[in-house]
Design a protein around this ligand. Structure first.
Ligand SMILES: [Zn+2]
Length: 402
């Protein structure tokens, strides 16, 4: 797919920038675009005319008027550009086709079963991508594939390094970008789930257009992605956001990373499931045993959420402690960077309202100075789709910039 050629309108403002403004703030009028860019109304009108002719934008609706004729508003066309998003997690691989307005056109998932070697996953991605792009008739408008995967990653070289607790063997030092690029023939981009999540929420979700936002997901693992001054933050090799390995207690439990007392050993869904099993095996009572017919091997985090909802003492105490520890970690983090907004996602947040409320209240209580009024906490507005939408967004960021 060849991107439209954007030309430079004047020394400061390019057509690409104008296109991005329409994406970010549309539906928007020519008057507002002229005021934002300090470009004359006549020049803006000419560019809008070109964009309309190329099918990049549409005249969407009629705006408010201060008298006289009401102005037309312009927005990005729903059918001009597309990207594919792929989310690889421990349980499944999810693939979406998404347009530039963030609308998901199609979704396909398959479980990460034992036979899901990296080669087989790349081939399945190829088959699914071919199927959904042909059925949607968008092959000529597809810019590429963005993958959000569990870490750790070598993003620069497109490699999944060595994910812990991954249910399938062979996923060590996997050159995933190369495998998927060869299988599909499309440009491929890779990032971790947390960084993809913050892109998704800042392009299409609750953090839209914010210059400073953080996305924290908490489920089997815990991670965070940050946008600071409008840019996605990356460290060496772009390995950032291992919030789950923030050390909360130097004498605490041993973590999979080899250290002691990491946040994940208290507040991940995996840690909570392990702790409930341990306490029941030690003789404590919980309604949760009724939910699973007494078979502890069937225990999932969602059973804990159900038990909390009916006031089960063991699960309420456990979730309260786990959420308070996450709140402390968030406070530590906020004290360092003080963003405008922290968006929380992942299974523990989305499936257990009590966990979310306690974590946020603890974070507010423990942050110094008290951020009341200047910092917002929100649940991921894109829900379970935040990370896969962010995966596809990587492609748009690559071609269009932030
Ligand atoms: Zn750790």
């Amino acid at each position: 797919m060849q991107l439209p050629i954007f030309s430079t309108m004047n020394k400061k403002v390019s057509e690409k920038y104008m296109f991005q403004l329409i994406r970010r703030y549309g539906p928007i009028s020519k008057v507002d675009l002229s005021q934002m860019t300090k470009v004359t109304f006549a020049t803006i009108s000419k560019v809008i005319e070109n964009f309309l002719e190329s099918g990049l934008i549409v005249a969407k609706e009629v705006g408010d008027s201060t008298g006289g004729r009401k102005p037309l508003l312009y927005a990005i066309s729903d059918t001009v550009l597309y990207a594919l998003g792929v989310k690889i997690s421990r349980k499944q691989c999810e693939i979406i086709l998404m347009n530039l307005n963030g609308t998901i056109v199609n979704t396909v998932t398959f479980p990460m079963t034992e036979e899901c070697s990296p080669d087989l996953v790349a081939l399945r991605i190829h088959d699914i991508v071919e199927g959904i792009t042909v059925s949607a008739g968008v092959a000529g408008k597809l810019l590429g594939i963005g993958i959000a995967a569990i870490g750790p990653l070598d993003r620069k070289h497109g490699i999944i390094l060595k994910p812990y607790d991954f249910p399938v063997s062979g996923w060590v030092n996997v050159p995933l970008v190369e495998l998927v690029r060869k299988a599909t023939g499309l440009p491929v981009f890779l990032d971790n789930k947390a960084r993809a999540g913050v892109l998704g929420e800042s392009w299409y979700g609750i953090a839209k257009n914010l210059d400073n936002a953080v996305y924290v997901y908490a489920e089997h693992g815990i991670g965070c992605g940050q946008i600071i001054n409008g840019s996605l933050v990356g460290g060496i090799n772009d390995i950032t956001g291992s919030l789950g390995h923030m050390i909360i207690d130097i004498d605490g439990k041993r973590c999979v990373c080899g250290h002691q007392g990491c946040l994940e050993t208290y507040s991940s869904s995996y840690a909570m499931v392990k702790q409930v099993i341990k306490q029941i095996e030690e003789g404590q009572k919980s309604i949760i045993t009724d939910f699973i017919g007494g078979d502890l091997s069937k225990l999932q985090f969602d059973h804990i959420c159900q038990a909390v909802a009916v006031g089960d003492r063991l699960c309420v105490e456990l979730v309260t402690k786990a959420a308070r520890v996450l709140g402390v970690a968030l406070a530590n983090f906020i004290n360092l960077i003080m963003p405008n907004m922290i968006v929380l996602g992942g299974q523990t947040i989305l499936h257990c309202p009590t966990f979310y409320e306690i974590a946020v209240n603890t974070a507010i209580e423990m942050t110094y100075p008290n951020p009341a009024g200047s910092l917002r906490f929100e649940r991921a507005s894109l829900g379970e789709k935040t990370e896969v939408i962010g995966a596809a967004t990587q492609v748009f960021v690559h071609y269009l910039g932030n």
